[in-house]
Ligand binder design. Structure first.
Ligand SMILES: *Cc1c(COP(=O)(O)O)cnc(C)c1O
Length: 786
């Protein structure tokens, strides 16, 4: 793109959108103008891509979450115009970096599952794969986290406050969604997904819920102002927030409405496109279309799809079911019981009775098949879609799904051997593994330009950005002192940048010369932030006892949102912050260690944290973390893993070598053996270090402001039998961390571990994952535009 065109575009959009001249423009107005200039540039290719894809077989990715983060920097980089735009702005005395920082994250997700969806759509675009993403345009995302006096507080995320430059409202494709008690509009907003080094522009279609009528004129005229807009508010609530609190029935109904809302809109949209090509002939529908369910949230799509086919298109039930069985694939993301969705059939009956009728028919077909295969009634119970007055979404997805996949090797094995063993026996060929991945564009090229430059220098080209396996070519430099020194000086530079950012965001000063030990991920008991916290507290006491304790100066960094209704997770946030304060108040110990809890962990923060890390903490209870993708982001930024034998950690150390990482703790099979006899109180009695740190929860050392949080944590460990084996793994953790501190003394050896992680990370590109889905489940091929 020519600089002159960029400049003219910016000036034009400042004029038509904001009515101002450059010299008066605020940063957000410049952000909008730059974004629109680029958007204008890609529209033709975008339309051509959509048209090209529509001629062949297409995949649809259905996900309740897309954790996109910021668009501008990534889009400029992927289009290859970053430097031009930077130059144009700097000629105008504007710093592109500052403009990038003004953008609000599109935080339409909760954690790994939503970030995976974002990486997948980017990889599909980069690979020219005909894939469209469908989701919900939550007007207020998840929530914004603040830390007040050590407690997490939440408020609304107003990411749309400056308008949103990167999507286009498509009124022509509005769908009407019917519930028994209301009818709403689903309005699509299309987000361009710009691949790296390709002309193809893919589409993420996000549905926004709106009322059919803006307000009731007669009520308003009657001066009943609140009543006049209540219908509108009720509709807009449907796409307001991700995972509304569902502890009460009203919240459950809202979540169910949301799931049906985007499922129904997406199915109608896909069927509308099919009919534009084939009329009402559905015989070849599954030849041209395939849909992937990202977890069970969109599973009601299956029933809605069958409903439309039989009620509106006059297809026989058995044919409709047969088409659905070709059309849908299902990705399982967890084996935690709490996440296996079940819906009370009374709610389904109340909101969409026809969907329940269809569910009964699908269930009947399943039961008939099982009876034919001579399953007895007791065994059939486990498979049923409707049982105990509940609809079991995973059973529906597995029965109808053409493929069922786990997201890392261990996870898929656990599904086959235990959790879904009965299904595996019934349909062994449906089960597949697709180990997760991350996009190297955002998670290395964009967030770590310095390291990217080193890689490009050594490899002689930037091809690795599109073909991450090329990183293997770096291995030959593993004993090259100059290269290792450059790597570590880049790491230091990224730590300095992170320290500056933390100072600006948190008002906390940390020492970039200290060791940065980082645990960033959603707050959950299974992820065991509590284990890390108890370890740090033990370290505090050991330094107290021995001020000369031989460890490098260390900064422990945490970032995590606790789900608002998850009381125990909030207790852990407070506990970490109290430990931070406790250490800061000790003039001796604080010379050696420091704890920082960064607030509102999100994609743009993550882009600063991963590159500035010395150690990646991945310490989930073995068997609980399906894959993890944060672990891969650290690895790609040349950071060793400190973790359990869980999820993709296993594959990470397979690639880069156990000696370049730190694997500790009970394995799945160990837990299997001890689970019935496990007695955390034994550890508490026998291990004085454990007793010392666990007692701080109840002896007044640390203060939870009379919330009862800490006593609850104490009880979780000792009275509720420590479900996540925190105490069982405590000593093993400690030993492993000592080893880290010991190894870090040898700078060259440490640099080699970092470097080995970098050159071994190639297979964790989401490009590899997407190719596997395309080849083994979706059967789609690249369709580059001219
Ligand atoms: C990658 C990522 C996650 C997932 O992290 P895990 O450690 O795999 O749970 C969550 N949130 C954000 C913002 C991320 O970038």
């Amino acid at each position: 793109m020519e600089k002159q065109r960029i400049k003219e575009g910016i000036e034009r959009y400042l004029k038509v959108k904001h009515g101002i001249k450059l010299k008066d423009a605020k940063d957000y107005e410049i952000f909008n103008a730059v974004s629109l200039t680029v958007l204008e540039e890609i529209i033709d290719n975008w339309n051509t891509t959509t048209e090209t894809y529509s001629k062949g077989r297409m995949a649809y990715y259905l996900s309740a979450e897309y954790l996109m983060g910021r668009a501008l920097g990534n889009n400029l980089m992927n289009l290859g115009v970053y430097d031009e735009v930077k130059d144009v702005l700097s000629e105008l005395n504007i710093d592109l970096n500052r403009i990038e920082e003004i953008e609000e994250d599109a935080g339409l997700g909760n954690g790994g599952l939503g970030r995976l969806a974002a990486c997948f759509v980017e990889s599909a675009a980069t690979l020219d794969m005909p894939l469209v993403g469908y989701g919900i345009r939550y007007s207020n995302g998840l929530f914004k986290q603040n830390i007040e006096n050590g407690f997490q507080t939440e408020c609304e995320d107003t990411w749309l406050k400056y308008g949103e430059a990167w999507s286009i409202r498509k009124d022509n494709d509005i769908q009407i969604i019917n519930y028994s008690d209301m009818t709403v509009k689903a309005v699509p907003y299309d987000v361009p997904i710009i691949g790296y080094g390709t002309k193809n522009i893919n589409t993420l279609r996000l549905w926004q819920c709106e009322a059919l009528r803006e307000f009731d004129f007669n009520l308003f005229n009657n001066q009943q102002y609140i009543e006049a807009v209540s219908g509108r508010n009720k509709a807009e609530d449907i796409s307001r927030v991700l995972y509304p609190n569902d502890t009460a029935e009203a919240g459950k109904i809202l979540r169910l409405r949301q799931q049906y809302f985007f499922s129904s809109a997406s199915m109608k949209d896909i069927i509308k496109k099919h009919k534009a090509k084939f009329g009402s002939d559905f015989s070849e529908f599954a030849k041209y279309n395939v849909a992937q369910l990202n977890d069970t949230h969109p599973t009601i799509s299956i029933l809605e799809f069958i409903r439309i086919l039989i009620d509106e298109e006059h297809v026989e039930f058995s044919s409709a079911l047969a088409i659905a069985k070709e059309f849908f694939g299902y990705t399982n993301h967890t084996i935690l019981a709490e996440a296996l969705e079940k819906w009370d059939i009374r709610l389904i009956d109340r909101l969409f009775p026809r969907i329940l009728q269809i569910a009964y028919k699908v269930d009947e077909a399943l039961v008939n098949e099982l009876r034919q295969r001579s399953y007895d009634e007791g065994a059939i119970w486990n498979f049923k879609i409707i049982a105990n007055d509940q609809m079991r979404m995973a059973n529906l997805a597995i029965y109808v799904g053409r493929a069922v996949n786990g997201v890392a090797a261990l996870h898929t094995e656990i599904l086959k051997k235990t959790e879904l063993n009965h299904w595996y026996h019934l349909y062994p060929n449906k089960f597949q593994n697709k180990t997760n991945g991350i996009t190297p564009r955002r998670w290395l090229r964009l967030c770590n330009a310095e390291l990217s430059e080193l890689i490009t220098d050594l490899l002689g080209s930037e091809d690795w950005v599109k073909n991450l396996e090329l990183l293997k070519g770096l291995e030959k430099y593993k004993n090259d002192d100059k290269v290792l020194e450059r790597l570590m000086s880049i790491k230091h530079e990224k730590k300095v940048q992170l320290a500056e950012y933390i100072k600006q965001e948190e008002g906390i000063i940390i020492d970039p010369n200290s060791f940065f030990d980082i645990q960033i991920k959603r707050l959950h008991e299974y992820k065991r932030q509590l284990l890390n916290a108890l370890y740090i507290l033990d370290l505090y006491y050991r330094i107290k006892e021995n001020p000369d304790l031989d460890i490098p100066k260390t900064t422990f960094i945490f970032g995590a949102k606790a789900f608002p209704g998850y009381r125990r997770a909030k207790g852990i946030v407070k506990f970490i912050n109290e430990i931070a304060r406790f250490i800061d108040n000790d003039s001796e110990v604080s010379k050696k260690i420091k704890v920082v809890f960064v607030h509102n962990y999100k994609v743009s923060y993550a882009q600063k944290l991963f590159p500035g890390s010395d150690l990646s903490k991945q310490i989930s209870t073995a068997g609980k973390e399906a894959s993890g993708t944060g672990n891969m982001k650290f690895m790609l930024n040349a950071t060793p893993t400190f973790g359990t034998y869980d999820g993709a950690n296993i594959e990470i150390v397979q690639e880069s070598g156990e000696h370049n990482n730190y694997i500790f703790g009970l394995r799945v099979e160990d837990i299997e053996k001890i689970k019935h006899s496990y007695d955390p109180k034994w550890y508490y009695r026998e291990n004085p270090s454990i007793k010392r740190v666990v007692d701080t929860l109840i002896n007044g050392t640390l203060d939870d402001g009379r919330t009862g949080y800490f006593e609850d944590l104490y009880n979780a460990l000792l009275e509720e039998r420590d479900q996540y084996y925190v105490l069982a793994d405590f000593e093993l953790f400690k030993k492993s961390q000592e080893q880290v501190f010991e190894d870090y003394k040898d700078k060259k050896k440490w640099a080699q571990k970092c470097f080995a992680n970098l050159y071994s990370s190639g297979i964790f590109s989401s490009d590899r994952t997407i190719k596997q889905y395309a080849d083994e489940i979706w059967y789609i091929k690249p369709a580059p535009i001219k």
